[in-house]
Design a protein around this ligand. Structure first.
Ligand code: ADP
Ligand code: MG
Length: 254
């Protein structure tokens, strides 16, 4: 039996006295698309950040592809990994943010090629053709030489997705990837995400796009107050929610 792609076990996280994650357990299978929904402040972004160790959990562990993230186990003790080990683990986990975070001074192609060249020391003549193929995949090969400011928000987000793919991650995390976009630009980004899902990419997606959740997710997870309230298929959670919190949330966003 192969391990799930992501295992989150008993994760707790507080900021000061604010308990943000209150014992989260989740697994994401290989090739699964898991959509996280829930009200603002539920802890969704924090959970994504704990998965790739941008935030440290106080209790609990995260494993990605069977590997403990951020720690080394010796006997029954956990020892924190050195920063460069954490960075290496993080290259296996692509992260797409709400606000794109592209490098303004680099061209589109350079944005996609940056991490493999500067971070991994791979040769330019090998990385650039790969970056071009990724730009083709998100429909932006014709923008390779442009700077991000010349692109629409939807195009910038598609570049950000290509950039996340450039490190050949085993897992892609999306934190409200379409929330900063004008409504008419949302579809093109969701279309790219849908094609990644069809290609078997393991994805955890925080989004309020319920049509995407219904059509693309294998699993929908509803979070509130730092806990998983319920999880199931899109039909179970979105059409036949069992918990009042879920029902109230769905009524509000529809
Ligand atoms: P969501 O993404 O579901 O809206 P977040 O994970 O962003 O929720 O936030 C959950 C809670 O944690 C909120 O109350 C937020 O104010 C708090 N929080 C998030 N990040 C920080 C931080 N870096 N420092 C302090 N509090 C934070
Ligand atoms: Mg958030």
């Amino acid at each position: 039996m192969t391990a799930p792609m992501v295992e989150i076990v008993g994760v707790h996280k507080s900021y000061g006295t604010n308990r943000v994650l209150n014992g989260v357990d989740l697994t994401v299978a290989r090739g699964e698309v898991q959509v996280l929904i829930g009200p603002s402040g539920a802890g969704k972004s924090t959970l994504l950040r704990v998965i790739n160790h941008l935030e440290k959990a106080e209790r609990g562990v995260v494993r990605v592809d069977g590997e403990l993230i951020g720690y080394l186990r010796t006997g029954d003790r956990l020892r924190e990994l050195r920063e460069r080990h954490v960075l290496r683990q993080r290259t296996g986990i692509g992260f797409v943010f709400q606000d794109f975070n592209l490098f303004a001074n680099l061209t589109v192609l350079e944005n996609v090629a940056e991490a493999p060249i500067s971070g991994q020391g791979r040769p330019r003549d090998e990385v650039y053709p790969m970056a071009m193929r990724l730009l083709e995949r998100v429909g932006l090969a014709h923008k390779a030489g442009e700077h991000p400011r010349r692109l629409s928000g939807g195009q910038q987000q598609r570049v950000a997705i290509a950039r996340a793919l450039a490190l050949e991650p085993k897992l892609l995390l999306f934190d409200e990837p379409t929330s900063a976009l004008d409504p008419e630009l949302v579809g093109e980004v969701l279309e790219v995400m849908r094609s990644l899902a069809l290609a078997g990419t393991t994805m955890v997606v925080v989004t309020h796009e319920m049509t995407f959740a219904r059509d693309v997710a294998d699993t929908v997870v509803f979070m509130a107050d730092g806990r998983v309230v319920e999880r199931g298929t899109p039909a179970e959670v979105l059409e036949r929610p069992r918990h009042d919190r879920t029902k109230a949330f769905l009524t509000k966003i529809r």
